[in-house]
Design a protein around this ligand. Structure first.
Ligand SMILES: [Zn+2]
Length: 549
């Protein structure tokens, strides 16, 4: 069977998505990652449409890709002018990419009513543009825009547009579901019908090369991946899509799903297993660049894609992960997570304890005690499935393994507002470490930042490594809105250092108190891991046996 070629359009169609933009430099960085992943084609942009894309192609001329072919995207020539006078086609050539992708109209409605053009001139535009690019030595991918809609309304004309591109030398014919409204069984029927029709026409000219079809789908019906997979099953050999499914409206076909489906479920490998294991990293890299929060429930690569919450599920996956997982998460670079919550059973807690390195009692008593405690705390508003740092501390407390690395004696926070001036916050913190007291004061942008600064300063005397730690996220949620000001708030804090990200939680009727709990847990977590690292680097000297002489 023919290998499937992946064609990424994150840098062009992906940037049509709301709030998604990349600088030319960022585009180069993403392109290098896509190349590293083994993606066959990278569409860099539309050089005729904006200066940023022109700049990208300029930068890309100096970049050496390992295997990927770079493609520039553009339209067929404008009506009524020869291709060599068309600015858009000239910009495509000036990009100096080995591959050029041009789109043309296949739906008569667009030709006549939107473009106010004649059907014959549209065919001439396709013919001239493909021929011109081929004559200039480019590989040409022809994207048939609105093909499925056009085929449904006027199949004869839609096929004629494809045939025109083929006769003039197009290397690939890509059928586009531009509006995203086509259903998988329609894709199946139409892709097969197109192959038959084109093969019949091509039979008249036995010297013609084999026609290679591609698919380009949008997700307006939630079916972009399903439609792409169906098209491959029906004979397409190229799949166009974007990383994380970014794209206009509801997005494009998500290559993060298409790659593992082809590799693992259809026996049509498109990337090496080694590259497939980088899938989650690639997804995160692109969402970071796009400044988009990664979606937890994204198939294969999302944080929750292999997260288990129900107790029965967890006890089953501890016996055999296959029981509740469709693939091994490691194959796509993801990992199994077990969540602890009021839905949890003993199995969740035992699994989690093992993962976090907390020893539980052998008789199972500890884990059932922890389960009932979690249920009570969740009743009060805690939520541990997103706060591993606090959960570890909780488990240690329940099994008498908790070793507080500092104790709070007192804190005070004051906030001042002077007329139109911004608020200022000061905090004083009194702590003790091994019986030694320390009092410090600090300012901050708000009460939590002031507390953070004061605690940091106080601990600095005892633990000099704290400067690698910083707070990266702070979320507050009211959890019982019906009780007005007496409502409780839940505070989540996410912290990180060079090795780790951890999250902690606090719940109280007082927002400062809740913040303090989350903050204190976060520092405790950091200090405990530092201590563990140090003990691994400098283990205590083995105690020598004492001989009574
Ligand atoms: Zn598109």
């Amino acid at each position: 069977m023919e290998p499937i070629l992946l064609y990424d359009t994150t840098l062009r169609d992906g940037t049509q998505g709301e709030n998604i933009t990349f600088t030319a430099d960022e585009k180069v960085k993403i392109a290098l990652q896509l190349d590293d992943m083994g993606i066959h084609y990278i569409e860099g942009g539309w050089p005729g449409s904006n200066p940023k894309d022109l700049q990208f192609f300029d930068l890309a001329k100096r970049v050496k890709f390992k295997t990927a072919r770079l493609a520039a995207f553009g339209a067929t020539r404008k009506p009524g002018i020869p291709p060599e006078k068309d600015g858009n086609l000239k910009a495509l050539l000036a990009s100096e990419t080995p591959t050029v992708t041009i789109f043309g109209k296949s739906w008569d409605l667009h030709v006549k009513e939107v473009m106010d053009n004649s059907l014959a001139e549209n065919l001439a535009m396709i013919a001239d543009s493909v021929k011109f690019l081929k004559w200039n030595g480019r590989e040409v991918i022809y994207d048939a825009e609105h093909f499925f809609d056009g085929y449904k309304k006027n199949s004869g004309y839609a096929l004629q547009t494809l045939m025109t591109a083929i006769e003039n030398g197009a290397d690939f014919i890509v059928l586009c579901d531009t509006n995203g409204g086509t259903l998988p069984f329609e894709v199946d029927t139409i892709v097969k019908a197109v192959q038959t029709a084109l093969a019949d026409k091509n039979a008249l000219n036995p010297a013609s090369p084999k026609i290679k079809l591609g698919i380009h789908t949008h997700n307006d019906s939630g079916l972009a991946v399903a439609n792409s997979i169906t098209a491959v099953q029906a004979g397409s050999v190229m799949v166009q899509g974007t990383i994380n499914g970014y794209g206009e409206r509801c997005g494009n076909a998500d290559l993060n799903s298409i790659m593992p489906i082809l590799n693992l479920k259809m026996n049509r490998p498109c990337v090496s297993p080694e590259n497939l294991s980088k899938l989650k990293t690639l997804s995160r890299y692109v969402s970071e660049m796009a400044n988009q929060v990664p979606l937890n429930n994204r198939p294969f690569v999302g944080k929750s894609a292999f997260a288990h919450k129900g107790g029965i599920h967890v006890s089953a996956i501890m016996k055999t992960p296959k029981a509740y997982e469709h693939i091994d998460p490691a194959i796509v670079g993801n990992r199994r997570r077990v969540l602890v919550s009021d839905l949890s059973g003993k199995s969740n807690v035992e699994y989690k304890a093992r993962e976090l390195g907390v020893e539980l009692g052998n008789n199972g008593f500890d884990s059932s005690k922890i389960v009932s405690e979690i249920k009570q705390l969740e009743q009060q508003g805690y939520q541990f499935d997103v706060a591993d740092g606090s959960f570890k501390i909780l488990m240690e407390k329940f099994t008498d393994q908790f070793e507080p690395l500092f104790d709070l004696e007192a804190f005070r926070v004051t906030i001042e507002k002077d007329k139109d001036q911004p608020c200022t916050a000061q905090a004083t913190v009194k702590i003790s470490v091994d019986g030694q007291q320390e009092i410090t004061a600090a300012e901050g942008y708000g009460p939590v930042s002031a507390l953070d600064n004061a605690l940091r300063k106080a601990l600095d005397r005892f633990f000099p490594d704290l400067d690698t730690m910083r707070l990266v996220d702070f979320k507050v949620r009211v959890i019982d809105g019906s009780r007005g000001t007496a409502a409780k708030v839940r505070v989540f804090i996410e912290s990180r250092d060079q090795d780790e990200i951890w999250s902690t939680i606090g719940v109280s009727e007082d927002i400062i108190e809740a913040s303090w709990q989350a903050l204190a847990d976060s520092f405790q977590h950091k200090l405990a891991s530092e201590k563990q690292i140090r003990s691994q680097q400098f283990p205590e000297q083995e105690k020598l046996p004492i001989f009574n002489t």
